[in-house]
Design a protein around this ligand. Structure first.
Ligand code: ADP
Ligand code: ZN
Length: 300
């Protein structure tokens, strides 16, 4: 495959509900963007390739490509199924060679990581994660997923972190809702996704009023998850994104509960005095994923 010399990068956020593709070099320099609903893999890969071929036709070769993809995915370059979506329950998408399909279709290498590691990278470079070297990006939307950057590198490990599936305390006297995770029922995702909120309360999260007890409970679960992440990863910042986090009243509730649950054990000014700058909203909004994919392309 030829190494190209263009100035622009291609980024793909491969999501379970939609694919977002963009060409550019930074948030201020996005040349083109396309989004389409995630259909079957063949059609979606074809649409992705067609978008970039058209762009390349107009502006010439791209300097690199990145794909930040929903998972679980195989991130081990030594593995025969590197670049595959592995065990997803999403119909038609299990064992799909998404990376190979796109890379062969475009005739160029494509950098590859999880959607949330991509978002973490994008936020680190251009958004709410600037100025630190270790951070967590957690999205609370239809599902819950988290990416970790440790000393500036996305964490992979055995497979890749699955922060949404942490097990957290669930007091059934307070909240008898069984949870929605098909694997674990009441893991963090099972209890605290937008979907769990909708099923528990009979209304979509965005329709629940400010004074609804849902928010206190949601903050309780998310705070428990964040405390585990602080203990395990020692991030210098935690960035929260996704549809549910548009409810800004959650932030002070979560911060207060995190401080209280840490109980003074993690002794840092970030927790004691600067919690408002420690647990923060995403800075890149809906573009975090695709910008992260561009950042991935640019760090090869
Ligand atoms: P996805 O997770 O599919 O990428 P989102 O991050 O937008 O997409 O998450 C969708 C979930 O977030 C849904 O469960 C929806 O009810 C919830 N949601 C979307 N907007 C809001 C909002 N303004 N307030 C609370 N919940 C929201
Ligand atoms: Zn789970």
């Amino acid at each position: 495959m030829a190494k190209s010399t263009g100035r622009f990068f291609g980024g793909i956020e491969g999501g379970g509900t939609k694919f977002i593709c963009a060409v550019g070099s930074s948030p201020d320099d996005l040349r083109a963007e396309a989004r389409f609903a995630t259909a079957g893999p063949e059609r979606t890969i074809q649409e992705t390739i067609a978008f970039f071929q058209e762009q390349i036709g107009q502006i010439g070769p791209l300097a690199g490509m990145g794909l930040a993809c929903f998972g679980p995915i195989d991130l081990n370059p030594e593995s025969p199924t590197y670049g595959f979506i592995t065990s997803t329950p999403k119909p038609g998408w299990a064992n799909v060679d998404i990376l190979g399909g796109i890379s062969r279709g475009l005739g160029m290498p494509v950098a590859f990581d999880t959607d949330v590691n991509g978002a973490a990278l994008g936020e680190w470079r251009w958004g709410a994660g600037q100025g630190v070297n270790s951070l967590i990006y957690l999205t609370v939307g239809t599902g819950i997923g988290g990416g970790a950057l440790v000393e500036g590198r996305p964490v992979h490990g055995l497979v890749h972190p699955e922060m949404g599936h942490m097990l957290i305390p669930h007091d059934r006297d307070v909240d008898p809702f069984p949870g929605v995770c098909p694997f674990h029922a009441d893991c963090l995702e099972g209890l605290a996704t937008g979907l769990a909120m909708e099923k528990r309360w009979g209304k979509r999260a965005e329709e629940l009023p400010l004074e609804h007890p849902a928010w206190e409970l949601e903050a309780e679960y998310l705070a428990a998850g964040l405390v585990n992440l602080i203990m395990a990863y020692s991030p210098e910042r935690i960035i929260l994104g996704g549809g549910v986090m548009q409810q800004v009243q959650l932030f002070p509730l979560i911060r207060e509960k995190v401080v209280s649950k840490l109980a003074g054990y993690v002794d840092s000014p970030a927790i004691r005095k600067e919690i408002d700058q420690y647990i923060v909203p995403a800075g890149l909004g809906k573009l975090a994923g695709v910008l992260g994919a561009i950042a991935l392309a640019d760090t090869r």
